[in-house]
Design a protein around this ligand. Structure first.
Ligand SMILES: [Cu+2]
Length: 157
């Protein structure tokens, strides 16, 4: 990387040669400019809720369902409550210690994002922006008594 100092020297000399101008030197533009528009990655999650677990396996503690999303993606989540009870899908802030039981009123500050409580038989589609910080986030149902039985993992990659 010896080219950069040479280029800088040339730029400084060129600027000095102009003299007297108060206009700042224009930023050099690369020949092949990168697209200026921010790229938005989209992802879709389909979540089925039961009494009292997410997904297909009534054993979320030992085998939590895993939902993967790209960091910063615009995520469309389709929630379907096939149970007979209220359920929720809530991402918990990273590396937070979750109390057992989770109390929806007292522990609301631990929630990063939630779809909202969905009544029995209900369906809902929501959109959220995936976290920028990579890693694993615990997802729980916030309805009193449903965590830890009802939980999963959101993996941001
Ligand atoms: Cu629940």
């Amino acid at each position: 990387m010896r080219i950069l100092p040479v280029l800088l020297t040339v730029a400084v000399l060129t600027l000095a040669a102009c003299g007297g101008s108060s206009t700042p030197a224009p930023t050099p533009t690369p020949a092949a400019a990168a697209p200026s528009a921010q790229q938005v990655v989209a992802a879709t999650l389909n979540v089925v809720m039961h009494d009292i677990y997410f997904g297909d396996d009534n054993n979320n503690i030992a085998n939590p369902p895993i939902w993967r999303v790209p960091a910063g993606a615009e995520v469309t989540i389709n929630l379907e409550n096939q149970g007979g009870l209220d359920h929720n899908w809530a991402i918990i802030k990273k590396d937070v210690e979750l109390p057992i039981p989770f109390m929806p009123d007292q522990n609301a500050d631990l929630i990063l994002w939630e779809g909202g409580v969905l009544a029995a038989g209900g369906k809902d589609t929501e959109v959220f922006t995936a976290p920028d910080v990579l890693g694993e986030y615990i997802v729980i149902c916030t309805v009193a008594g449903h965590y830890p039985a009802m939980q999963g993992r959101l993996v941001v990659e």
